[in-house]
Design a protein around this ligand. Structure first.
Ligand SMILES: N[C@@H](CCC(=O)N[C@@H](CS)C(=O)NCC(=O)O)C(=O)O
Length: 215
C-alpha cells in the first residue's frame, strides 16, 4: 500500500493529499514534521536527504518534493487524466505548476502566510508584508484573466496545473488581508470546494500555526 509522510497542516503535503483523494488511492498516512517530528531520523533521511515532507513510498518507489510526487502519481496512477502524455499539453500543465512554485508560493506562502500569519505581531515587517500582499493581488488577477474563459487552468477539467495554485486559495481567502475582487478565481475556488478531495486534503484549519515561527 502507498504510504505518505507529512503533517496535514503542511501546504506542500496538502497538494499530495488532494491528488491522492482525486485518484482514490488507498494509502497509509503518517503525520510527520512540525509537532510530530521524525524528519531527522536515519530512516527518514535515507528516504529524503533534505529532511522535509511530503514523502511517499509507493510499493518501494520513494518520491519526495511535492511537485515530483504529483507528477509521479499522475503518471503512475492517473491514466492521463491529470497530466497529459502529449508533450505540448503536458507543458501547459507544467508551466502553471512551475509558476506556482517559483512565483506564487514565495510571495504568498513565504511572504504573506509566514510574514503575516505565522509571525508574532510585534515582529511583523509591515512594509514587506504589504509588498507581498500587493504582489499576490497581481498573481491572482493574472489567474483571474486566465480563468475568464475556462473553468480550470488548462481547460474544462482539473489537472495538475490547478493543484499547487488551488491549494493556496483556502489560506488566501481565509486570511484577514486586503484582496482585489477576482470573480473568476472565486468561481474556480467554489468549483474546487465542491470536490471532496479538496475539502478533505486542503481545507484544513490552520489556527495552530498563527504566530508560530518554528515548524
Ligand atoms: N520544495 C519542497 C518543500 C518541502 C518543505 O519545505 N516542507 C515543509 C512543510 S511545507 C517541511 O518539511 N517543514 C519541516 C516540518 O514541517 O517540520 C516540496 O515542495 O516538497
Amino acid at each position: 500500500m502507498l504510504t505518505v509522510w507529512g503533517r496535514r497542516s503542511s501546504f506542500n503535503v496538502q497538494k499530495v493529499m488532494w491528488l491522492l483523494g482525486e485518484l482514490g488511492i488507498a494509502h497509509r498516512h503518517i503525520q510527520a514534521g512540525g509537532e510530530f517530528g521524525g524528519l531527522d531520523t536515519p530512516d527518514f533521511r535515507a528516504m529524503n536527504p533534505t529532511g522535509r515532507v511530503p514523502v511517499i513510498d509507493d510499493n518501494g518507489t520513494i518520491v519526495w518534493e511535492s511537485h515530483a510526487i504529483l507528477r509521479y502519481l499522475a503518471a503512475r496512477h492517473g491514466g492521463g487524466q491529470f497530466w497529459s502524455d502529449h508533450p505540448g499539453e503536458r507543458s501547459q500543465i507544467d508551466r502553471w505548476m512551475d509558476w506556482s512554485q517559483t512565483a506564487l508560493q514565495p510571495d504568498f506562502l513565504i511572504g504573506v502566510f509566514w510574514g503575516f500569519y505565522r509571525t508574532p505581531e510585534p515582529q511583523r515587517d509591515w512594509p514587506a508584508i504589504r509588498d507581498k500582499i500587493a504582489r499576490c493581488a497581481g498573481h491572482f488577477q493574472l489567474l483571474d484573466r486566465v480563468l475568464a474563459d475556462r473553468p480550470f487552468l488548462c481547460g474544462n477539467s482539473l489537472t495538475l496545473a490547478d493543484i499547487p495554485a488551488g491549494t493556496a486559495l483556502y489560506r488566501y481567502f481565509e486570511l484577514d488581508i486586503a484582496r482585489p475582487p477576482v470573480r473568476n478565481v472565486e468561481a474556480w475556488y467554489r468549483r474546487l470546494q465542491e470536490r471532496p478531495a479538496y475539502r478533505e486534503g486542503v481545507m484544513v484549519p490552520f489556527g495552530e500555526l498563527r504566530g508560530r515561527l518554528d515548524y
